[in-house]
Write a protein that binds this ligand. Structure first.
Ligand SMILES: [Zn+2]
Length: 251
C-alpha cells in the first residue's frame, strides 16, 4: 500500500513540477495565463496544447517548435525534482499533516530556486507562504500540538539562529542578499533551530563546492553570480529527509 501511495505522491509532484516551472517564468512577469497555457520563454509565442501535458510536454519543449531555441530541459528537471521530493517526503512522513506541509514547502522552494536562478530575485509573496506555514507550526507547538516533536522556543530560536548572523554579514560586507536572510528567517521558524542548522550547513557546503567547480571550469576571470536559494532549498530537503537521523547519530 505504501508503494502505491508513494507512486501517487511522485505523480502529483511531477504534475505540479510542470506548473512550478511555468510559474517561475510567469509570476515575476505577471503573465499568469502562461501557467496553464505554456509559452516559449525565448520567442514568447504560445505553444500547442499538447505541451501542457506533464513529462510529454516537457520532452517536446526541450527545443521550441516555433523558434528552435534550446530550453535546457528546465521543465523536465523541475518535474523530476518535485516528483522525487514528494515521493521521498512521503516515505519519511507518510500521509500525515507534516507530509502536506513539507510537500507545499518543497514546491515553493523549487519555485523560489528557479526564479533566483533566472533573475536573481526572491518574491515576497512566495516567502509569505513559508512564513504562514512557519507561524502555524509555531502556534501549534506553542499550544503543545507539536506534530514534529519540537517545542515553541526551538522554532523561535530557529528563526534567528542563521538569519541574524546573515543579517550582519549583509550589513557589513554586502556579500549576501536580503532575500536569503528573509528566507532563512521563514525556514528557521518552520523547521526549528536544529533542522535550520542542518539546512544551512549543507546549503553552504554544497554552494561552496559548486563555486569551486565553477571556478575551475570557467576560469578565474569568469563572471558569475551564484544564486544561493537553490542550495539553501537543497539543504532544507536534506534536513527534512535525514536531519533528525543525522542529529541523533552525531549528538
Ligand atoms: Zn520559441
Amino acid at each position: 500500500m505504501v508503494a502505491v501511495f508513494t507512486v501517487l505522491a511522485a505523480a502529483v509532484g511531477v504534475i505540479l513540477g510542470g506548473f512550478v516551472s511555468r510559474a517561475a517564468y510567469a509570476l515575476p512577469r505577471g503573465e499568469y495565463k502562461q501557467i496553464l497555457f505554456p509559452k516559449c520563454p525565448h520567442c514568447g509565442r504560445d505553444l500547442p496544447a499538447k505541451y501542457s501535458i506533464p513529462v510529454l510536454g516537457s520532452v517536446l519543449s526541450l527545443r521550441c517548435p516555433l523558434c528552435g531555441e534550446d530550453q535546457g530541459g528546465r521543465a523536465l528537471i523541475s518535474e523530476i525534482v518535485l516528483g522525487a521530493a514528494f515521493a521521498l517526503l512521503f516515505l519519511v512522513y507518510g500521509g500525515t499533516y507534516l507530509f502536506f506541509e513539507y510537500a507545499c514547502l518543497a514546491a515553493v522552494l523549487l519555485l523560489l530556486s528557479l526564479i533566483d536562478l533566472d533573475i536573481h530575485e526572491i518574491l515576497h509573496s512566495l516567502l509569505l507562504v513559508i512564513l504562514v506555514l512557519g507561524v502555524m507550526t509555531f502556534v501549534f507547538s506553542f499550544f503543545s500540538f507539536s506534530l514534529s516533536g519540537t517545542v515553541w522556543w526551538e522554532h523561535l530560536v530557529g528563526a534567528f539562529v542563521i538569519s541574524l548572523p546573515l543579517f550582519f554579514v549583509m550589513m557589513f560586507t554586502g556579500g549576501i542578499g536580503g532575500g536569503d536572510v528573509k528566507l532563512m528567517f521563514c525556514l528557521g521558524l518552520l523547521l526549528g533551530y536544529k533542522l535550520t542548522l542542518v539546512t544551512f550547513l549543507f546549503g553552504i557546503v554544497i554552494a561552496a563546492l559548486v563555486a569551486v567547480i565553477l571556478r575551475v571550469f570557467c576560469g578565474k576571470g569568469a563572471k558569475y553570480q551564484l544564486a544561493l536559494v537553490p542550495f539553501l532549498s537543497l539543504g532544507a530537503m536534506i534536513a527534512l529527509l535525514v536531519g533528525d537521523k543525522l542529529i541523533a547519530a552525531l549528538f
